[in-house]
Design a protein around this ligand. Structure first.
Ligand SMILES: [Zn+2]
Length: 348
């Protein structure tokens, strides 16, 4: 399976005819994993969890990751692992194993605290620390970021500027949906340039399906486990029939593949959200892997660098209607600025 974006994004007559020829071919989805122990999920904030139970969850996370690596290797699939710094510090050998298998390491923050509770200075240090430990383990630059609990929303839009300041080259934190904890419902559903003040960054949003005028989050987590696969298929069909820049992103957590783990003492709604469909999730995931082509976020980022002028631009700090430029309206000057931001060298 090839990475079509790298060969179909260039503008020009031959590229256009190539695009038409491959329109029915699946666009590789971005496959990603958010790596934190089960007791760090947002629903568990405030719970008293014993040190023994924390050790238990850490060990089980390792088993799930090893199972995932095995399934990915069988199929020759490479993915992006967004890893929190504390996990990388505690189990560097596991992180090294992920990297040696050809997967991309990216930052998921230091300790899984949402950005909503951080100042800009604290956030800068949080991302810098997590990136540094991953780079020390792998010896390779870390250029991608995903916020814990998708906590880049309008009120934390400043985080985009902080990520650009750190030299990060893409973000994958803004969910284009309505949700009680996160989301920016009017954000684009396909990769786009997110702009906040003078800063901008490539944004890779999670897959959604448009049903009755509403964006349904089908890109992973409880939604992937809960919703029938035909809705996921609908999201992918939209990608195939649209511009070749619309590669959707999927996300999973290691603990979602551990049906026998001790259950957290959650309330009814959170228990449902957290554990629905978890028993059959390994089989469901394997079928998903078998049906679609996948790529790492860094591969999509590199492919998109050839066609930045076709990406929407979205102003995250605007209260509504932040989409102010469609791909056909981006001028050469603006594109030049985008290219500068997207290819700034990674520091540290
Ligand atoms: Zn997470």
């Amino acid at each position: 399976m090839g990475f079509l974006l790298s060969t179909t994004c260039e503008d020009g007559p031959s590229a256009r005819s190539q695009r038409a020829a491959v329109r029915s071919t699946p666009v590789p989805c971005v496959l990603s994993f958010d790596v934190e122990e089960h007791d760090r999920i947002e629903a568990a904030v405030g719970l008293e969890i014993s040190p023994a139970m924390k050790r238990c969850y850490r060990g089980r996370m390792g088993w799930s990751i090893r199972w995932l690596l095995s399934e990915l290797e069988k199929r020759g699939v490479r993915a992006t692992f967004f890893i929190i710094g504390e996990v990388a510090q505690r189990v560097p050998n596991l992180v090294r194993r992920i990297h040696r298998a050809g997967h991309e390491l990216a930052s998921h923050g230091w300790d899984h605290r949402r950005i909503l509770s951080q100042s800009r200075e604290v956030f800068l240090e949080d991302v810098r620390r997590s990136r540094d430990v991953l780079e020390q383990i792998s010896g390779e630059a870390v250029v991608g970021y995903r916020a814990p609990t998708f906590s880049i929303v309008r009120s934390t839009a400043w985080a985009i500027g902080a990520l650009a300041e750190l030299g990060m080259e893409y973000d994958s934190s803004v969910q284009p949906i309505w949700h009680d904890r996160y989301g920016v419902p009017d954000a684009p559903r396909q990769p786009y340039i997110v702009r906040v003040g003078g800063s901008q960054l490539l944004e890779l949003p999670m897959a959604t399906a448009r049903v009755c005028g509403v964006n349904l989050p089908v890109g992973g987590g409880g939604y992937f486990r809960l919703l029938p696969l035909w809705i996921t298929e609908r999201a992918l069909a939209w990608s195939r029939s649209s511009d070749q820049t619309t590669a959707p992103t999927f996300y999973f957590h290691p603990w979602e593949f551990d049906a026998d783990q001790p259950r957290l003492p959650l309330g009814r709604l959170n228990r449902f959200r957290t554990y629905v469909g978890i028993k059959g999730n390994r089989e469901r995931f394997k079928a998903f892997l078998d049906h679609y082509p996948f790529q790492r976020a860094i591969d999509l980022k590199k492919a998109l660098s050839h066609c930045l002028s076709r990406l929407p631009i979205f102003d995250l700090a605007e209260s509504a209607g932040g989409l102010y430029a469609r791909p056909d309206r981006v001028d050469a000057t603006n594109l030049c600025v985008q290219t500068t931001y997207l290819h700034s060298p990674t520091s540290g």
